[in-house]
Write a protein of this length. Structure first.
Length: 456
């Protein structure tokens, strides 16, 4: 602005620049107040996001408790994991299963007679080498003077290989028959046993892990089973057994109540974090006379009441033992938080797990909404697009934008005002400078007249 003219005051001797700046600083106060209000609004937006994040954590916890899978999950254990391990899904039936593994599934293997080295010839004339696995036969060509290594490669590189791996072993004897071709089926069990059909080589083959001994063998509750694989998923419904050794083990299947209890506790913890965030920032500190960022915003202070109405409310029409979370030990604390009596909750899960499930998930026919869905829906009203918090953010953002416009307009008016004042001060300074010059000239004339008069 013109007020930045550095020569202001040279004519008058007054510090006109400083006077202008002080006057402008006073007129700038309303703009500074608006800018401070903007900072407060922006801090509110940040706090709105923080509350929203914590409420979304409650929503996530509620959502997990609205799923059937949460309550249908099973705890599956093996008493002897050196014999077998067990995993499963919600379809597994609770119970105890006695297993004894007498043999693990093995891969069929064959070993050829020995030759002097990998490059030793194993066929004097051309012919075929064919074998069958699980009804699938394949043939590789045998050429005259084919070496042991060439036969190995021909088997492994065969595109029609039905499931065998060929390798060369050195038995370490160091003699003329130390190197052998070994054939091993890629999969375990009798169905994957190898049958050598045609052998136009000079080699003879001996079966090492022989057909008839390849299946896994075990008893389940006294009943004998055989399987091709050590991974068995069709002996106990919903359970996969991984057999790892011979011996006995007991597989126990029970409802995974500990994980359900953890999820209920997680819901309580998430709720308390959210409510503490709101309560702390909605308070007024009488000692410091400072208000929290949510102080006076009834939309936020009403959130606790809305959620408590769901958490402590009853659900009519359920067929189970419980119609309220209070029945599971939910309590309201003096500080505004909630807690749950773990003894009451664990007893309920142990004695009436289906009733606990119905309380959270709702009736099996879907006619009655469960507590978890009710809470999830209420939190959706608070946190979703165009929800309570989103609308509050829009309101505050509109206030920020409106202040932006006001600040911009006020600043332009102020700059224009002091541009004009600076020009006026400059004219005043010039006028006073001229007056001073005229006064000086008049004084010179007077001094000259006085001098003439004095000399006479």
């Amino acid at each position: 602005m013109a007020g930045s003219i550095t020569t202001l005051g040279l004519g008058s001797g007054l510090d006109l620049n400083n006077i202008l700046e002080k006057l402008k600083a006073v007129d700038q106060l309303p703009i500074l107040n608006k800018q401070a209000k903007q900072v407060e609004y922006k801090s509110q937006l940040t706090e709105f996001d923080e509350v929203n994040t914590k409420l979304l954590a409650v929503k996530t916890a509620a959502l997990s408790l609205s799923l059937n899978d949460t309550f249908d999950s099973k705890s599956i254990t093996s008493s002897n994991e050196s014999v077998l391990t067990a995993t499963g899904n919600s379809s597994a039936v609770a119970g105890s299963y006695d297993l004894t593994v007498t043999a693990l599934a093995r891969k069929n293997s064959w070993q050829s007679s020995g030759v002097e080295g990998r490059d030793s010839s194993i066929a004097a004339t051309a012919g075929d080498f064919s074998y069958t696995i699980d009804g699938r036969q394949t043939t590789v060509a045998v050429t005259a003077n084919m070496t042991l290594e060439q036969l190995m490669n021909a088997i492994n590189d065969d595109e029609d290989n039905p499931g065998v791996t060929a390798s060369i072993m050195d038995d370490g004897s160091g003699g003329t028959s130390a190197f052998h071709l070994v054939l091993v089926s890629k999969e375990t069990g009798e169905d994957n046993a190898v049958t050598i059909d045609t052998n136009n080589t000079d080699l003879t083959f001996n079966e090492i892990q022989a057909a008839g001994t390849l299946n896994a063998q075990f008893t389940l509750n006294g009943i004998s089973y055989q399987r091709n694989s050590n991974t068995v998923d069709d002996a106990i419904a919903g359970i996969t057994l991984d057999l790892v050794g011979e011996g006995s083990s007991v597989v126990k299947v029970s409802s995974d109540t500990s994980s359900i209890a953890d999820k209920i506790t997680a819901l309580v913890d998430a709720y308390n974090e959210a409510m503490t965030e709101i309560t702390t920032n909605a308070a007024y500190n009488e000692d410091t006379e400072e208000s929290g960022l949510l102080n006076g915003l009834s939309s936020f202070t009403s959130i606790k009441g809305q959620l408590n109405a769901v958490l402590f409310g009853t659900i009519s029409g359920l067929s189970g033992e419980y119609d309220s979370l209070v029945d599971l030990g939910l309590e309201y604390n003096r500080d505004g938080t909630i807690s749950i009596d773990e003894t009451v909750m664990n007893n309920a899960l142990a004695e009436h797990p289906d009733s606990v499930k119905e309380l959270f998930v709702g009736s099996s026919d879907g006619s009655i909404e469960g507590l978890a869905d009710r809470l999830d829906n209420q939190l959706g009203f608070l946190t979703n697009y165009n929800g309570l918090i989103d609308n509050e953010k829009s309101r505050v953002q509109s206030s920020i934008d409106r202040l932006d416009d006001q600040i911009d307009a006020a600043q332009k008016r102020l700059d224009a005002k002091y541009e004009t004042m600076a020009k006026t001060f400059a004219e005043l300074d010039k006028f006073m400078s001229n007056m001073e010059a005229q006064g000086n000239a008049l004084q010179l004339q007077i001094d000259s007249l006085n001098n003439l008069f004095y000399k006479k």
